[in-house]
Ligand binder design. Structure first.
Ligand code: SF4
Length: 219
């Protein structure tokens, strides 16, 4: 299929994205989105991805896509709901078609990374990208991508490597783009919209890394 006819499915979320969307943009977020230990906005992932596939490429290449929200790696559950609600409101406003996971496999996530917590992100990337690719295949999408590629806190090269491996494994194209170029604008846009901003990546380990400080003695 020609590139200009491609639809994209992404996981898991810029300054002029609203204009782009009004003019026919769609896309995608994902997964958990996903940031690193810093303060980047959950919504910024989606906004940046939408901006890219719409304002820059959509008009030239005709991209369109649906969003997929992957959530097993967002802990605790109340944090997952906050992110999901934010995305749901945004998607509704923008008429972005979303695919939502209905279950919440906390146990499965923890069991998959326990005793190898140091390497948990590798598992997490693969789980998210593989789930997305499977949905893309079932829905006959031409490609899948991830807003993980937006984050300055993630291992970008590893995400790309795993995305390409998943593409070979599933037979669905992986749409790669370095979305980090719009990182700052995406955050500004999500702030301007008053969207909920995540303060850690997603899993309970990343929450601890964000907030844990060695105890000090109280005298
Ligand atoms: S820090 Fe946790 S949620 Fe974030 S990518 Fe790594 S395993 Fe996944």
């Amino acid at each position: 299929m020609a590139v200009d006819a491609m639809r994209h499915l992404s996981m898991g979320m810029s300054h002029d994205f609203a204009v782009a969307i009004q003019e026919g943009a769609t896309l995608v977020r994902v997964g958990t989105a996903i940031s690193g230990p810093g303060h980047e906005a959950f919504a910024a992932h989606l906004l940046r991805a939408m901006h890219h596939l719409s304002a820059t490429d959509s008009h030239r290449c005709g991209h369109s896509g649906d969003g997929f929200f992957y959530r097993h790696n967002i802990h605790p559950y109340t944090e997952c709901l906050k992110r999901e609600d934010t995305l749901a409101r945004y998607a509704e406003n923008q008429r972005l078609k979303m695919i939502w996971q209905s279950d919440y496999q906390l146990e499965s996530f923890i069991q998959s990374v326990v005793f190898r917590e140091k390497y948990r992100c590798r598992y997490c990337y693969h789980a998210r990208l593989f789930a997305t690719a499977k949905i893309a295949k079932k829905g006959k999408f031409d490609a899948f991508s991830s807003t993980l590629l937006y984050s300055r806190f993630q291992n970008h090269a590893l995400i790309r490597e795993i995305g390409e491996a998943v593409a070979k494994e599933t037979g669905v194209n992986f749409f790669y783009h370095d979305f980090r170029e719009g990182w700052k604008q995406g955050i500004e846009a999500s702030r301007a919209l008053g969207m909920y901003r995540q303060s850690y990546c997603g899993c309970i380990y990343s929450e601890m890394e964000r907030y844990y400080k060695p105890a000090t003695k109280h005298t």
